[in-house]
Write a protein that binds this ligand. Sequence first.
Ligand code: NAD
Length: 295
Amino acid sequence: MTNIAFIGLGNMGGPMAENLIKAGHALTVYDLNKEVVEKVVAAGAQSADSAVLALSNANIVISMLPNGAIVKSLFTGKNGLINHINDDVLVIDSSTIAADDARFVAQACKAKGISMIDAPVSGGTAAAQAGTLTFICGGEADDYAKAKPILEAMGKNIFHAGSSGAGQVAKICNNMLLAIHMIGTAEALNMGTRQGLDAGVLSEIMKASSGNNWSLQVYNPYPDVMPNVPSSNDYYGGFMVNLMSKDLGLAQELASKSHSPISLGSAAGQLYELHKYNGQGGKDFSSILQMLQES
Ligand code: NAD
């Protein structure tokens, strides 16, 4: 059993924390939103009144937060956690943030003798619930080895991508590809159904053909083709348009830094920005299909 402080219990962090409890770890949790805290407390966690108070007795600190500004402020801001964490504690940040932000926080931790790895995840809320996430880690090999058994309670595939920040680079490459194939899948389904095809039948055909991809397999954007996916729940409960838009902004930054052409990634970024500014930022990213249906 390991004592774990877990900060950020949203769509992803909540079920991840619950899987750690199921694996026998002792969790002290904190989130700004009391409602999500109550759910994880009902599953067996202790709650703390602040992130600093969640640290007491922790051997591991895990954060799962919306963006880099929040992660930086939590760890390195005024009265940041790095001023309170013991130097034998390992910090695992699973939020999706810029590689530079991850390196900044890891450096600040290192200056205090604290180890940190970036460990963003792929797989969505269903994988978070099932404990089958993919973790993509960046950091020292020893710290990765220490984190691995903990991550195995929440995930099925655990990768060491390289040094600090490498997990975030790999994660952003993946999410840019995800956005592109989700939009492509939505365009194909919209065009096919406008020609009178049934969305379920067309999906089965493409799944068994060369258009097969993850969006078709486990996250169909067309309502009621699949149970238990956001499109069958009015596009709520998954990976928000706001977050996908953030990730495509991070992809644009990485592309500029590395002089990499990302024509489709940039186009995907513009479509998600438009969808967000149409007031759809809180919906799941598969709702891009609705934007196509309305045009
Ligand atoms: P979410 O908005 O559902 O959850 C974030 C939680 O952080 C919220 O409960 C919020 O109250 C809490 N929070 C914000 N600021 C805080 C602070 N200062 N202290 C404590 N708690 C704070 O987001 P999510 O969908 O769980 O995503 C979390 C991260 O995981 C993001 O970086 C996202 O890009 C990434 N991610 C999400 C998915 C997905 O499918 N949802 C998949 C892979 C990666």
